[in-house]
Design a protein around this ligand. Sequence first.
Ligand SMILES: [Zn+2]
Length: 68
Amino acid sequence: MVLFCFLVDQRRTVRSSKPAAGICSRCGGCASVADMVTATRFCCVPVYRRTWRAIICTFCGAVLKSYR
Ligand SMILES: [Zn+2]
């Protein structure tokens, strides 16, 4: 399992974001609605790419709510 985790790499990036109402429950920072892209790579080969929308904290990056 350790080897499997080592080979699989998942990267989360924010494509675009705009301010939203609400504050972060972790640090009290401003929340924003963001379009996220999650790219999964296996042995450095991209195998899966998913776009999703979530409310994230602009300060600490915590995902406060996600829509699927
Ligand atoms: Zn925060």
